[in-house]
Write a protein that binds this ligand. Structure first.
Ligand SMILES: Cc1cc2nc3c(=O)[nH]c(=O)nc-3n(C[C@H](O)[C@H](O)[C@H](O)COP(=O)(O)OP(=O)(O)OC[C@H]3O[C@@H](n4cnc5c(N)ncnc54)[C@H](O)[C@@H]3O)c2cc1C
Length: 441
């Protein structure tokens, strides 16, 4: 009888511990499967650049990769195996591959012949268009360290083709994009004595400028030309930008800001770079455009006003203001939440569809709670039509509406740089007809 009691207690204790764990485990797996199905339907399972390549035969479904991912929800477990649930959020830290105990996962580009978003590059980082190079995330590999490394390598490849005669009116190299890749290329040019011009559609800093204030950037050790090694594991956004801006000033880099690349024409060694400000001639061009593209505009009167922005860096600056956020994705939802939690800020979220469908669950829960309490006013089925001093006009399901307004944030996505590269004549992995010729060279 006594031993029966002991066995009974042990079983109850075991069940008490195991059942909640099992239920939680099953719920997490169901969520992973739902998240994967949702991102597949939205096309967000596709990676931006490099991504986790999972060997399903070797994967034991232990979940170490999920726990190791600093971005949170890139991976999940479905059917006992790791799967990509939200590839668009992978920025290639590679922590998942390090954490996998059975080596079932590596981070890479996969078979590039199936990808129409990866330009085909030579080992020197030259594209199929002779004299035009690609550096940084545009080539498919994200991370600050990869961009710095590739910017340096691209410019060293160009320098190896010199020396170039002095007094030539052409630049030895024009670098387009002043992010980590482009700035590293420009510093290498300065170090190697090449004449180099940098162009960017915004201020120097690249995607780092878009990070939220005080964001911690995880950095792998990398040598920045004319600076030394970035050897801390983490830098704040502001510290990193400070390094780049100091190097820009110390080495007197020639950078044109607010100048957007439109085309590259000409022949090898004599290229013409067409921009929104005119034309420049160069022997070589390094494209370090990143992959995030140019923010899409609404194309409505008043959009050029200073009160219109395409990113939110510091929500606290908008305390007590009347703000319109335009868009229905995660960036719009995150901005609306950050602004609505500032004292005295009135936030309206305008989206052209009736409901917010394309956002992560965490963002959906937060924004829906704020909409439910009236803290954020949601205008589904609406589109801004004009922005004026003190107001913004929208077309809504019930007719035109005029809202009092101090600031407008537009999150309408970006136009990716790939059509521009195709116009320049650069062959991509998915261009089945041309790729064989390029790979054969
Ligand atoms: C939210 C987020 C968090 C991240 N966190 C990390 C992290 O913790 N650690 C890490 O290592 N990496 C991180 N990354 C990735 C990292 O920021 C990028 O890999 C890196 O900035 C790529 O550098 P790049 O020079 O190739 O391109 P970018 O930094 O994207 O710079 C490209 C530049 O080109 C310009 N440009 C684009 N098109 C044109 C045009 N037509 N004409 C003129 N100029 C143009 C742009 O204005 C931009 O300045 C993160 C990215 C994001 C979005």
């Amino acid at each position: 009888m006594e031993s029966l009691l002991i066995w009974g207690c042990a079983l109850l204790l075991g069940a008490g511990l195991f059942v909640p764990y099992f239920l939680r485990f099953r719920a997490a797996r169901r969520q992973d499967a739902a998240r994967r199905d949702e991102t597949v339907s939205l096309g967000m399972n596709r990676p931006v650049g490099q991504y986790p390549l999972i060997d399903a035969n070797a994967c034991i479904g232990c979940g170490s990769c999920i726990a190791a991912c600093p971005e949170g929800d890139v991976l999940g477990i479905v059917g006992g195996k790791a799967v990509i649930t939200n590839g668009a959020r992978c920025i290639g830290h590679g922590r998942c591959a390090e954490a996998c105990p059975v080596g079932a996962l590596k981070v890479g580009l996969g078979d590039i012949t199936t990808r129409d978003d990866i330009p085909v590059l030579s080992p020197e980082l030259e594209t199929s268009r002779p004299g035009v190079f690609v550096a940084g995330e545009l080539g498919g590999f994200a991370l600050v360290s990869n961009a710095v490394d590739q910017g340096r390598r691209a410019m060293e490849s160009i320098a190896a083709r010199g020396p170039f005669p002095a007094g030539d009116p052409r630049w030895d190299a024009i670098v387009v994009g002043a992010g980590p890749g482009g700035l590293s290329a420009a510093l290498t040019a300065r170090k190697l004595g090449l004449r180099c011009l940098v162009l960017d559609q915004q201020a120097p800093g690249g995607t780092i400028l878009q990070y939220p204030r005080r964001k911690l950037v995880l950095v792998q050790p990398v040598e920045i030309p004319l600076f030394g090694t970035l050897n801390r594991k983490e830098y704040s956004k502001e510290d990193l930008l400070d390094i780049w801006l100091r190097l820009h000033a110390e080495h007197d880099l020639k950078i044109h800001t607010d100048e957007r690349l439109l085309d590259v024409t000409g022949s090898p060694g004599d290229l013409t770079v067409h921009t929104t400000a005119g034309v420049h001639r160069a022997r070589h061009v390094v494209l370090a455009l990143g992959r995030r593209g140019t923010p899409r505009r609404l194309g409505i009167p008043g959009e050029d006003a200073a009160k219109v922005a395409y990113r939110l860096i510091d929500a606290s600056l908008y305390r007590g203001s009347r703000v319109l956020v335009v868009g229905g994705g995660d960036s719009a939802a995150e901005a609306a939440v950050a602004l609505a939690t500032q004292p005295g800020t009135e936030v309206t979220l305008s989206y052209r569809k009736p409901r917010l469908l394309r956002i992560k669950k965490r963002n959906a829960d937060r924004i829906e709670a704020l909409i439910a309490t009236g803290t954020v006013k949601f205008l589904g089925d609406s589109q801004p039509t004009a922005i004026r001093d003190g107001t913004v006009t929208l077309d809504t399901a019930t007719g035109p509406a005029i809202l009092p307004n101090d600031f407008v944030f537009v999150f309408a996505g970006g136009d990716p740089p790939f059509p521009l590269l195709k116009k320049i004549g650069i062959v991509f992995g998915g261009d089945q007809a041309e790729i064989q010729d390029v790979l054969a060279v």
